[in-house]
Design a protein. Structure first.
Length: 597
């Protein structure tokens, strides 16, 4: 592995072609394969950009979703391989792409050290041999893909008949990846989908070859140890190995936010660290036994653990890697401010760069009914408010990826759709609720936004692909950590920041990532208590008390962790301790809310 960080999936379109921008430099990134319409349009765009023939895959074709995913991933594979082959042939002259490859490597890298030694050589045969050796040692970054496991709508044929389980959204996308030429990983996020997990058994690339190698690997994005083990066991019993657990902060991340029951990132990482060997041994036994029934033998596989969500400094990056024995870290939202890496239109880019802390918030905007990291300055949010003012809340529902509600219709519809919101508001009007209650419920209904369109629009605007009648409203879902990054950056800037060669947050007041996440959880708990006041019962009280106690356990853990933060100034440690005490006082004050009930 060339780099010790990866770029996670960013919305639907923000990282949809990021591999074309970073993979040749050895940097791995992740593409969402939820939206086959987006992939088809991006395939057309990149074929035109590279003077390649494009044959459209019509939506009405059998297995069109699978075919579109495969075609787009194969195009990425082809173009990235071409880029890498061209890079490898370039001369070393301190300004070519091959020089950039080595210059972007982490400072402690043996390969980078070799490049620096080579650069000091005078021109001679030995230098050319050295250069040839360096060329043979470089590797492309992975083109990984992401599926939100539970975004798995059933589909129908043109005649209105069920298209079969294998053509549901998630399974069809998985099949598209499985049949592609990529040798990379599929990241399964947003919880367990047994039907999807079982479907993995159908594809040979997820099983080891005669050399014990996996052409395609499985990565689970998880938020705690228990759920990770449950999911991995389910797969291991089928002869499927989880190559990496990608631990993500429950609230200090971008996109959808999955709050744990008060479990904080530090204690979660500690549990993985303490139980990792036990987990690996238990899973290996199940895995090898399952493979034996299929006539496959393999050596003990590797199990990796990485982390992402809210990391902001090189020190935090290094500490997490070393203290918790991780293979990598994920840096997502900061790359929204790197135009050469992600698809952020110019207006949204400037809005993000100029935004303050209060512009980033956790909302109920997602039709999935899951918390969603939102941005007040987005044009999608402006459009939502304008539509409410005009008396026509909601959005036209074209793609239907997030349809789930059948309260008013036989066929499920999306809660962000105009159809649903108008029907729901009409129902609320008939209930003769007190004005305050009515207004609160209407606001809850109209808070939902169309993510299917909004999370694609930025890429269409940036690449001049927007169709005449398409909405220009952009939805963007950065993590709250982005508030501390205040400029537009180059790829070199951000990579050097990650590795500590420059500090993009110089003179920026920012708490440690653990404290940041802790405060997000305390705010979340405060809102949870408030929302349950009118319907309080013993079960809810037990849940909230457990949540609060686990936050207190996290604070105690961080106090004990302070001496382990070697390399930091006493001033930094004193500041972090004081911030923990302040957070602890805020947490204790929430008892007043419980006692008042």
């Amino acid at each position: 592995m060339s780099h010790t960080f990866h770029i996670p999936v960013l919305g639907l379109a923000f990282s949809v072609d990021t591999p074309l921008k970073v993979a040749r430099y050895g940097i791995s990134s992740t593409v969402s394969i939820v939206d086959d319409e987006l992939l088809e349009r991006m395939r057309k765009y990149h074929c035109e950009q590279n003077a390649l023939p494009f044959t459209p895959i019509n939506k009405t074709e059998p297995e069109s979703r699978t075919k579109r995913v495969t075609a787009y991933l194969n195009l990425l594979h082809k173009l990235v391989n071409q880029q890498f082959d061209e890079l490898r042939k370039l001369p070393f002259n301190h300004c070519s792409d091959i020089d950039r490859y080595f210059e972007l490597l982490p400072p402690g890298s043996e390969l980078k050290h070799g490049y620096e030694l080579m650069s000091e050589y005078p021109e001679c045969d030995s230098k050319r041999i050295f250069q040839s050796l360096l060329r043979s040692r470089i590797h492309m970054g992975a083109i990984d893909v992401n599926i939100m496991s539970k975004v798995d709508k059933m589909n129908y044929t043109a005649e209105g008949n069920p298209a079969g389980e294998e053509n549901s959204d998630a399974l069809a996308a998985l099949k598209g990846f499985a049949q592609s030429n990529l040798q990379s990983s599929i990241i399964l996020s947003a919880g367990m989908n047994p039907r999807l997990y079982s479907y993995l058994e159908n594809f040979a690339d997820f099983y080891p070859d005669e050399n014990g190698q996996l052409r395609k690997k499985i990565i689970l994005k998880v938020s705690d140890y228990r759920s990770a083990l449950i999911q991995a066991k389910f797969l291991a019993k089928k002869g499927l190995w989880v190559s990496e657990f990608r631990i993500e902060s429950g609230l200090n991340c971008g996109g959808h936010a999955f709050a744990t029951d008060g479990l904080l990132l530090g204690p979660i990482l500690e549990e993985f660290k303490q139980k990792r060997l036990q987990m690996a041994n238990e899973l290996t036994q199940m895995y090898q036994a399952a493979l034996a029934t299929k006539g496959i033998t393999t050596h003990k596989p590797k199990l990796k653990v990485s982390v992402q969500g809210g990391i902001g400094t090189a020190y935090e990056n290094t500490f997490l890697m070393k203290h918790y024995q991780l293979c990598a870290t994920g840096w997502g939202s900061p790359f929204l401010l790197v135009p050469e890496v992600t698809n952020v239109d110019p207006d949204t880019l400037q809005s993000l760069a100029n935004a303050g802390k209060d512009d980033f918030y956790i909302s109920n905007s997602s039709p999935l009914g899951v918390l969603f990291n939102n941005f007040k300055g987005s044009t999608m949010e402006q459009q939502r408010l304008q539509r409410i003012e005009k008396g026509v809340p909601g959005s036209p529902c074209v793609k239907k990826f997030l349809v789930s509600n059948s309260e008013f219709t036989q066929e499920p519809i999306c809660t962000a759709s105009r159809q649903y919101q108008m029907l729901k508001i009409a129902q609320l009007q008939e209930l003769n609720l007190p004005q305050k209650d009515y207004q609160q419920q209407v606001e809850a209904v109209t808070e939902k936004i169309c993510l299917c369109e909004g999370l694609c629009t930025s890429a269409y605007i940036k690449n001049d692909m927007l169709k005449p009648r398409e909405s220009k409203a952009v939805a963007v879902c950065p993590g709250p950590n982005l508030a501390y990054f205040k400029n537009v950056y180059t790829l070199g800037d951000m990579v050097k920041h990650i590795y500590g060669q420059v500090n993009l947050l110089q003179n920026v007041e920012r708490p440690n990532l653990f404290v940041n996440e802790l405060n997000l959880y305390i705010d979340y708990l405060r809102k949870e208590i408030s929302s349950h006041l009118q319907n309080w019962n013993g079960k809810r009280e037990n849940y909230l008390l457990k949540f609060k106690n686990q936050l207190q356990d996290g604070i105690n853990y961080y106090k004990q962790l302070l001496p382990e933060l070697t390399g930091q100034t006493q001033e930094y440690l004193n500041k972090m301790y004081k911030e923990l005490l302040i957070s602890e006082a805020h947490l204790e004050a929430l008892d007043l809310g419980l006692m008042a009930i």
